[in-house]
Design a binder for this molecule. Structure first.
Ligand code: BG6
Length: 442
């Protein structure tokens, strides 16, 4: 791997503290970091590397020592182009080997990210050889703003320099959807509308908005979760499994492009929005219409999936933290239906619901699970952000969203966004700790 400078813009933020720095320490422990690796932590405030690392929870002394050795702080005002020239000088001074790559990780709120992209371009830093840019979602707020954002970014960076992160794609179990489908003909042959009745893709979270008031008020569950994580999980479930790893992105894109935006006439029946009780007080916005829960049913135009409803559900402050894909098989003749659950988190597992004879003198059957849990066979799984960082360092774009994928997903959601804007669609208010069934049946 090339020598690497990882420039984290927003080093004092939540993401760097909770995910990025621990991920780097884990990659280092596995011996996978590139040679001559440096983290350059960008801040506006005078804060030392020791203080930043001290803010990372649960770090062993060994890991803290490693991070202290590799983290260099750099103060700058992200609004001043001149400060980017000074940053360039610092990075050049820290470079000891030719061919050193610079990875800019924008770990800052979306409204600040785009101006930084522009200044990296205007200052010439984007054109320095071996420069890459890692961007966190949300990529726009709707189809039009996403198109603008992509055009602005492309004015300075080529698509091959860009790594648009959807950390759900980098989750171990998300990759296992592909492996499971590709390598188990038993299931792969039945993965179509001849056998499958419906698919549910569910991401329920027990946490609320965790103080991210300004962000969440402008975002809501549809933009925060459905546009990115859930649609990508849907793409992995519906796509044709490609023969080559490198073709995964194109296969996801084709699946997204086949998903039909809901028809206006169907909207009242295919989308539900909700908000947890207390949200409006928490955000101090009594009239807030921001949804913390959404359920949306889509259909694919792919002949293999015609008439199979794909229901996407996501919500905050629900009873459990659970992300899973439930594939419901059709009933055949007198035989009962089966189902498969691919559990993305927690307790990553695959479960097939089977029917077996209940022991005894009678002839009764009952539904029992055939179960495979990762933790029974493997130790801790890699964190998504470890994979994100390593793949970007190795120039592997496969688990990052392309600009076309971003646009395809906004296109699917555009009618829902219009419907919510134009009409006074009621919000279902639900109690914290409610189940999805509670909300959908209320
Ligand atoms: C982020 C969302 O992308 O994913 C958050 O902005 C959400 O609202 C988080 O809580 C969930 O990620 P994970 O990996 O904890 O399931």
């Amino acid at each position: 791997m090339q020598p690497t400078q990882l420039i984290i813009i927003g080093i004092t933020g939540d993401l760097a503290r909770r995910k990025l720095l621990p991920a780097i320490a884990t990659i280092a422990e596995a011996g996978e970091l590139p040679p001559d690796f440096k983290i350059i932590g960008i801040t506006r405030q005078p804060i030392t590397a020791g203080a930043v690392i001290g803010g990372v929870h649960g770090l062993s002394e060994h890991r803290a020592r490693f991070l202290r050795k590799h983290l260099v702080m750099h103060r700058m005002n992200l609004e001043k182009v001149a400060d980017y020239t000074a940053l360039d000088a610092t990075l050049t001074k820290l470079t000891t080997q030719p061919g050193t790559q610079r990875l800019y990780y924008l770990s800052i709120p979306p409204q600040f990210a785009q101006p930084v992209v522009m200044r990296l371009g205007e200052s010439g830093l984007a054109k320095v050889p071996h420069t890459k840019l890692l961007l966190e979602k949300p990529f726009g707020t709707d189809l039009i703003s996403a198109e603008e954002l992509i055009a602005q970014t492309k004015a300075h960076f080529t698509e091959s320099q860009l790594y648009r992160i959807d950390h759900y794609l980098a989750k171990e179990m998300a990759q296992n959807i592909v492996a499971f489908r590709a390598n188990n003909p038993l299931f792969n042959h039945t993965w179509n509308n001849q056998f499958i009745e419906k698919i549910e893709i569910i991401a329920s979270e027990s946490i609320g908005i965790e103080g991210r008031i300004a962000f969440y008020e402008q975002t809501g569950a549809l933009r925060d979760f459905v546009q990115s994580h859930l649609l990508q999980l849907a793409a992995l479930t519906l796509m044709d499994v490609p023969k080559q790893w490198n073709d995964l992105r194109a296969a996801r894109l084709a699946a997204l492009q086949a998903l039909e935006p809901p028809r206006e006439i169907d909207l009242p029946h295919v989308v539900v929005r909700g908000q947890y009780q207390g949200y409006a007080e928490e955000t101090e916005n009594p009239g807030s219409a921001t949804e913390t829960f959404v359920a949306l049913t889509l259909f694919s135009s792919d002949p293999k999936w015609q008439n199979v409803p794909v229901q996407l559900i996501s919500g905050k402050a629900l009873a459990h933290k659970q992300t899973e894909i439930r594939v419901h098989y059709k009933r055949f003749g007198t035989a009962e239906p089966n189902s498969i659950t691919l559990r993305i988190q927690p307790k990553e597992s695959i479960e097939v619901q089977m029917w077996v004879k209940k022991p005894g003198y009678g002839n009764h059957i009952e539904r029992l699970p055939l179960h495979f849990t990762y933790s029974d066979h493997y130790q801790a799984l890699p964190e998504a952000y470890e994979r994100v960082l390593l793949d970007a360092m190795q120039s592997d774009h496969t688990l990052f969203a392309s600009s076309d994928e971003v646009l395809a997903s906004w296109r699917i959601l555009a009618p829902v966004q219009r419907y919510w804007q134009m009409q006074n669609v009621p919000l279902k208010i639900y109690k914290k700790g409610a189940t999805i069934e509670d909300i959908l049946s209320s």
